[in-house]
Design a protein around this ligand. Structure first.
Ligand code: ARG
Length: 460
């Protein structure tokens, strides 16, 4: 029954309805309805007999939903109304008592906080698994040399373990962001009513305890209109998806014939419908391309909430698809990253050869001059000239004789042994001894730190 005398326009109904996407909130909705009903009975707001009928009815509704035989009706606007309608059909008029001291406004905020909290926790868990794979692959490739890049130009060699661990730490921080988002879902909105509270002396803490909320919201207006927990989750997801896009982009490059650093498992590749020789890194490409979509969901929810007057407005119904598509997309991407990394085969020789170019040791030669007393800026200039000279002479620096060296630096000519040492393969890697650097001893240290980080799950 409502105060409206005309039936709703079908286009209005289609615009207004959220059932097509919010039906996935049924597990949260049923859990909160049970907790709410138990609280109502405990406070004497409904009879014990009513409670028993409501719980039995909710069980029957749950069975229908779980088994995919819930009879959705044409005019079910959202999952909350659909469940109440069906409950009343099954249990009779007592079904109408469930909504005592509750509004859809605090109901939907509660379902959503529960959903978001679950997805944030799932991402913490999933990222831990991805980090485990990165760590294992890093250990397998501890001292495999490869070029490190800046501007996508070969810059200085690093070990593959070091490069893989760079992602480990990104995902470790993402895990912390999701754990933070999970904590932000920790205050129960239910009990706030439509906006001002309810006309019954309810026990919100009982409901909070049953549903696993650490606390209850302090302000009913804030509770029904606040969605910043969802923004926190989307923000963590956007950063994580962006990290995954960088990993995807590198896997695309590395698996190309031009790089040839790795080959992806067949189970994570596709073939071309036209060119029989091709093996395409589609999953890695999609990691690249999914990120902007997740970032857009964050931006869109900011737009929905922006300048929205208190308290609930129907605009807030537009929070759900951004949230749902984000969790679906992100969780699939994390799983894909994990699968691709677990199955990738790296080519030690190709990576070694690509990093063996003597020119990548230019910084090491400059630092040798620094050790011999030359100011760094001056040494940088000398080595730039030396590199130019070697390129012009068409031979590597290590093949320049003393006289040729002396044309650039008397000091280098006099210390040719040390120069050759700096230029030797492995020289520029093992010289990176600073904390967090790529020298083997430092990477070993990092592996130990990574094991420790993985062992401590960020606290929710
Ligand atoms: N389907 C609505 C939503 O998702 C539920 C809350 C409706 N509340 C209201 N006052 N119309 O936001």
């Amino acid at each position: 029954m409502s105060r409206l005398s005309e039936p709703q326009d079908p286009d209005f109904q289609r615009l207004n309805a959220s059932i097509a996407f919010d039906r996935r909130l049924w597990p949260q909705d049923l859990a909160q309805s049970r907790a709410h009903a138990r609280m109502l009975a405990a406070r004497g707001i409904i009879e014990q007999a009513d409670l028993e009928q409501l719980l039995a009815g909710l069980d029957a509704v749950e069975a229908e939903l779980r088994e995919g035989r819930f009879p959705f009706a044409e005019d079910d606007e959202d999952i909350h109304m659909a469940i109440e309608r069906r409950l009343t059909e099954i249990a009779g008029p007592v079904g109408g008592r469930l909504h005592t001291a509750r509004s859809r406004n605090d109901q939907v905020a509660t379902d959503l906080a529960m959903y978001t909290r679950e997805r944030a926790a799932a991402s913490v868990e999933q990222l831990g698994e991805l980090m485990g794979v990165l760590l294992a692959r890093a250990e397998e490739h501890l001292d495999w040399a490869m070029p490190g890049y800046t501007h996508l130009q070969r810059a200085q060699p690093v070990y593959l373990a070091h490069h893989l661990l760079a992602y480990f730490w990104m995902f470790d921080r993402d895990r912390e962001r999701f754990a933070f988002a999970e904590r932000q879902c920790g205050r129960l909105p239910l009990g706030s009513g439509a906006l001002a509270g309810v006309n019954f002396d309810t026990d919100r803490r009982q409901v909070a305890a049953e549903l696993g909320f650490a606390a209850v919201t302090e302000n009913s207006l804030d509770a029904v209109s606040g969605r910043d927990f969802a923004l926190d989750y989307l923000s963590a997801a956007a950063t994580c998806a962006t990290h995954l896009s960088r990993l995807g982009a590198e896997l695309v490059l590395w698996s190309s014939s031009e790089f040839g650093f790795c080959e992806l498992a067949d189970s994570w590749s596709s073939s071309s419908s036209l060119m029989p020789q091709k093996k395409n890194p589609d999953a890695a490409e999609l990691l690249r391309a999914k990120a902007p979509r997740v970032v857009a969901h964050l931006s869109a929810l900011h737009g929905v909430i922006h300048a929205l007057p208190l308290a609930y407005n129907k605009d807030l119904q537009e929070d759900k698809e951004h949230l749902f598509d984000t969790s679906d997309t992100l969780e699939l991407c994390i799983a894909a990253a994990r699968g691709m990394l677990a199955g990738a085969r790296f080519d030690r020789e190709v990576m070694r050869a690509a990093s063996a170019d003597e020119l990548v040791a230019a910084t090491d030669v400059a630092d040798l001059l620094v050790r011999l007393g030359i100011p760094f800026r001056e040494a940088h200039g000398i080595v730039a000239g030396l590199v130019r000279g070697a390129l012009e002479a068409g031979k590597p620096i290590s093949e320049l004789d003393e006289q040729e060296l002396a044309a650039h630096s008397e000091l280098l000519a006099a210390h040719r042994e040390q120069l050759l040492q700096a230029l030797s393969p492995g020289g520029p890697l093992e010289s990176k001894v600073s904390e967090g650097g790529t020298a083997t001893a430092r990477v070993r240290e990092q592996l130990a730190q990574a094991h420790a980080a993985l062992a401590r799950t960020p606290a929710a």
